[in-house]
Every structure is written in structure tokens, then in C-alpha cells.
Design a protein around this ligand. Structure first.
Ligand code: ADP
Length: 213
């Protein structure tokens, strides 16, 4: 990884010169240091091998390296939702608020997806949706979960081949904790839920990347 390359002060200066004045020949760089080209050769070789500089015959050296920021942002766009999605936890529309609370505890999730027969997505229920419903009703065994849910078509979803970055953007933009990962069902009647992306999935990926050598 780029961060593991320890550049000497001279190598860093060479990069600065090439960035500002490239393409520039080895000879011209050497002149700026009052050194011979032969003395600089090992530095130029290291910088070229590291992919920071590139050299073209009769043209000279030019800057090719990407900054860590650019590399990071490119890397973040490499991951797709399918790589990191979790199993979706679903309940049926006619389940009660009580069932929803129990499912959240048993499955250890904060968001439930509500589906109709055939597994098509119809709603989404968060912790606070259930809390709100629970304080509003005396018998939460009798109240169907669909009264508490956010309904289609107002559900923000993500497709398995979208990038993790796009999923993260949707989570932030719409201020939600989770997105159902969906695909169009075969008869094109609706969306089938095939996964779940949460703030936790994305945080885990972030930690994994940061801990990679
Ligand atoms: P909480 O309500 O526990 O803070 P969220 O921030 O995820 O959890 O949910 C806020 C509201 O947005 C809730 O009313 C919930 O039904 C709704 N919601 C949650 N996820 C989505 C989603 N992916 N698309 C649309 N609405 C959602």
C-alpha cells in the first residue's frame, strides 16, 4: 500500500519538482540538486517502480501517482452492496406490533422489513416506529404492524450491484439506519427483499479497510 512507502526527503523533493515542472528529464532534475544524473538514478528508479513517477523516452519524467485521498475514494467505490449485505429480517403485514418487538430482540436488529405473501416488500419498521405505536395503543398484540410502518413507494432501497458508497449516501441523505437490498421479482409485480444494509455493515467495512496492511 502507498502508505508503507517511506520516501526520503530527496525523493519527496523530486516528486514536487516533477509535479510542478514535468515532463522533465533526469538531467534537468539532477541540475536542480547540483548532483549528477547517476547519483539520482536510484531515487528515480524507486519512484518509478512505486508508480509515483513515470518516464517516457525523449520526454522525461512525469507525475503519475495518486494522492492517498484519491486512492481511498477509488477503493471505496470498488465495493458493492452484494459483498457486505446481511440477511434481511422480515415480518408479515398482519404480524402484531408485539411480534415486531419480539422479532427485533430475538434477531438483534433495529429495522424490520415488512413483506406480503410471496415475499414482496410493502413496508419498513424502525425501533422508534414500534415505540411510538406501543405508547399509543393499549394492547399491542391486537395492532397490526402495518399501522406503524413506512410504506411503499416511500421506501429507500438499494440494488445488490450498487456500490457501498451509493448505499452510504442514501443512508445519510434520507436519515435512516437501514436499507433493504432488493431485486425486481420475476413477474415484475414488486420488489423482493434479498438483503439488508445498515450503518453497521458499512462501519465494519471501514474498520476492515483501516486494519489492512
Ligand atoms: P429510528 O426511527 O429508530 O430512529 P430510522 O432512522 O431508521 O430509525 O427510521 C426513521 C423513520 O424512517 C422511521 O419512521 C422508519 O419507518 C423510516 N425508515 C427507516 N428506513 C427506511 C428506508 N430505508 N426507507 C424509507 N423509510 C425508512
Amino acid at each position: 500500500m502507498v502508505r508503507s512507502i517511506e520516501l526520503t526527503e530527496r525523493q519527496q523533493k523530486i516528486i514536487e519538482i516533477v509535479k510542478k515542472q514535468g515532463p522533465i528529464t533526469g538531467e534537468q532534475i539532477a541540475e536542480k540538486f547540483n548532483l549528477t544524473r547517476a547519483t539520482l538514478r536510484p531515487d528515480l528508479a524507486i519512484l518509478t517502480m512505486a508508480g509515483i513517477l513515470d518516464a517516457r523516452p525523449r520526454v522525461g519524467y512525469y507525475y503519475k501517482g495518486k494522492t492517498i485521498d484519491v486512492l481511498f475514494s477509488e477503493k471505496m467505490r470498488d465495493f458493492i452492496v452484494n459483498d457486505i449485505k446481511s440477511v434481511p429480517i422480515v415480518v408479515r403485514e398482519n404480524s402484531s406490533i408485539y411480534d415486531g418487538v419480539v422479532t427485533m430482540f430475538l434477531e438483534d436488529v433495529g429495522t424490520l422489513f415488512v413483506v406480503q405473501e410471496g415475499g414482496l416488500l410493502t413496508g419498513i419498521v424502525s425501533r422508534k416506529d414500534l415505540l411510538k405505536a406501543a405508547i399509543g395503543h393499549a394492547d399491542i398484540n391486537q395492532v397490526p404492524i402495518e399501522l406503524a410502518m413506512t410504506r411503499m413507494p416511500n421506501i429507500i432501497t438499494v440494488m445488490p450491484d450498487e456500490t457501498v458508497y451509493e448505499a452510504a449516501r442514501k443512508i445519510i441523505e434520507h436519515e435512516v439506519d437501514a436499507l433493504p437490498v432488493v431485486r425486481l421479482d420475476e413477474s415484475h409485480q414488486g420488489l423482493q427483499v434479498i438483503g439488508r444494509i445498515t450503518k453497521t455493515n458499512i462501519t465494519k467495512l471501514f474498520v476492515e479497510l483501516a486494519e489492512k496492511e
